[in-house]
Design a protein around this ligand. Structure first.
Ligand code: 4AD
Length: 458
């Protein structure tokens, strides 16, 4: 006989498993009747008792089935991920026993809402660390139900909130804008452009919203955006995605030093906000027990000094040669250097030839640009930024140097014609920031559904 509890009965309190009992009316006494819904995350059957850990996205709750409840067909064939509705009483956990939040629900009635097939249990609980990576990517929708993947996504959401809060609270504040993803200009070189047909015209998926942010400065003041950027990267590396979330900001009437100071402030404040939230701090430290907020100021190092440092430490180029001025420092060398120095580095003043066309030259040394990469241990480059060329003629020359037809850039060039200004900005890869904070091996673990070479499913 199905006994339906009367939902209007004040004794039946709806409790999401993530809430503490104290959150729910005066229910912090033992024996409060509740109704919970969720999916079976863990299941352990003993003689005459079944322990189910229910998950609902807000937290975990241990539910104890005893007596006749363990003898039904549903109970005996219980599979992980089965969705259930359970009624019962909340008790604290007996001494010396462990359960999430030290509480458990003693069920007196439950109903299966959707039985799970039970064939992919390893994926949904532990994301099977020894499983073939392709299998895990194919089953990303189930991997996301696992503890690690869901923790990373929760930290990701917290970081997005923290960035928005930080841009609101700094002086002067930055205004959020939403630039287009479908564009007809490149920002970071033609080699990584995704092109598509736009009503018969050639268009691209944006590589960066920077050029659009620059056009906002005159009327909106400093601006930022959180938008996807797309790169048709040819190489499969642990830190390159084809689509990633780009946090970009652009600041008007500043110097290069102002840009570095702002960047340091934003990054440290975001980390601080994440760590002051106890739930998020716990997730971060569970994922990355060694994580510590970075110390300010970050180490500053000029590109030319980095080349010397690499040679002093006998770290070679990909071809096994010593580094020389003008080389693009490869990912492996950059990571070795960052890991040895083991603190955040602002690597600055890259030669103009190896950087994007729009970067401002250093007035003291025109061989180099007022550019910066922020490097973090374990990940390497997390941020790329620079001051922008403000002079019209210089910009026209720069287009020529990289063989870009200036015609479709008329709106960008116009910024130098109608009241130019010293300005600069940066882009931060959210997945790389997360990989650094959460100690993940690859940025692919930091994206909800990662896109990389040959992977666009699910
Ligand atoms: O250094 P990048 O290419 O700089 C720009 O796009 C500038 N226009 C940004 C700006 O000044 N507004 O990219 C900036 C950051 C990198 O430091 C990295 O964190 C991330 O974007 N990034 C990627 N992340 C994941 N996968 C990729 N393929 C990435 N390419 C860049």
């Amino acid at each position: 006989i199905k006994i339906r509890l009367d939902e209007k009965d004040p004794a039946v309190v709806k409790l999401r498993s993530g809430q503490s009992e104290k959150d729910v009316d005066d229910s912090d006494r033992r024996g409060t009747r509740v109704r919970v819904t969720g999916r079976v995350h863990r299941c352990r059957a003993q003689k005459d008792v079944i322990f189910l850990t229910l998950q609902d996205g807000y937290g975990l709750l241990q539910c104890v089935l005893t007596g006749d409840l363990t003898k039904t067909y549903d109970a005996m064939t219980m599979t992980l991920e089965t969705s259930l509705e359970i009624y019962g009483e909340m008790w604290e956990v007996p001494p010396k026993q462990h359960a999430p939040d030290d509480r458990e629900l003693h069920a007196d009635y439950y109903e299966v809402i959707g039985k799970a097939a039970g064939d992919k249990e390893a994926i949904t609980t532990r994301a099977a660390p020894d499983a073939d990576p392709q299998t895990l990517y194919d089953n990303r929708h189930l991997v996301l139900r696992g503890d690690h993947a869901s923790a990373v996504m929760k930290v990701r959401a917290a970081l997005l909130r923290a960035f928005r809060q930080t841009y609101e609270e700094i002086t002067p504040s930055c205004l959020e804008v939403t630039p287009p993803c479908m564009v007809q200009t490149q920002v970071e070189g033609g080699a990584t452009l995704f092109a598509f047909d736009y009503y018969g015209q050639k268009a691209y998926l944006t590589q960066s919203s920077q050029l659009y942010l620059e056009t906002c400065l005159p009327s909106l003041g400093n601006v930022f955006c959180v938008a996807p950027s797309f790169r048709a990267e040819k190489s499969l590396t642990r830190r390159h995605l084809s689509e990633y979330t780009h946090v970009e900001a652009e600041l008007d009437f500043i110097t290069f030093d102002d840009l570095l100071a702002h960047l340091e402030l934003v990054m440290c404040r975001v980390v601080e906000l994440a760590l002051t939230n106890p739930q998020i701090a716990k997730l971060i430290l569970d994922l990355n027990p060694k994580f510590e907020a970075p110390e300010r100021p970050f180490k500053r190092m000029r590109y030319a000094d980095a080349i010397e440092w690499l040679n002093e430490h006998d770290i070679r180029t990909g071809e096994g040669e010593p580094h020389k001025f003008g080389d693009d420092i490869a990912e492996a060398a950059e990571r070795k250097m960052t890991d040895i120095i083991n603190r955040p580095i602002f690597l600055t003043h890259f030669p103009a030839e190896i950087k994007a066309f729009y970067m401002r030259k250093d007035p003291q040394d025109p061989r180099v640009t007022e550019s910066v990469d922020c490097l973090m241990p374990n990940v390497g480059e997390i941020v790329g930024g620079s001051m922008r060329m403000e002079d019209y003629d210089e910009l026209m020359e720069a287009y020529k140097r990289v063989e870009i037809d200036p015609t479709p850039y008329y709106w960008y060039t116009d910024q130098r014609k109608y009241g130019t200004s010293p300005h600069g900005g940066y882009g931060l890869g959210l997945e790389r920031f997360l990989a650094w904070m959460c100690g993940r091996f690859t940025v692919r673990e930091c994206s909800l559904y990662p896109r990389f070479t040959d992977r666009c499913t699910p």
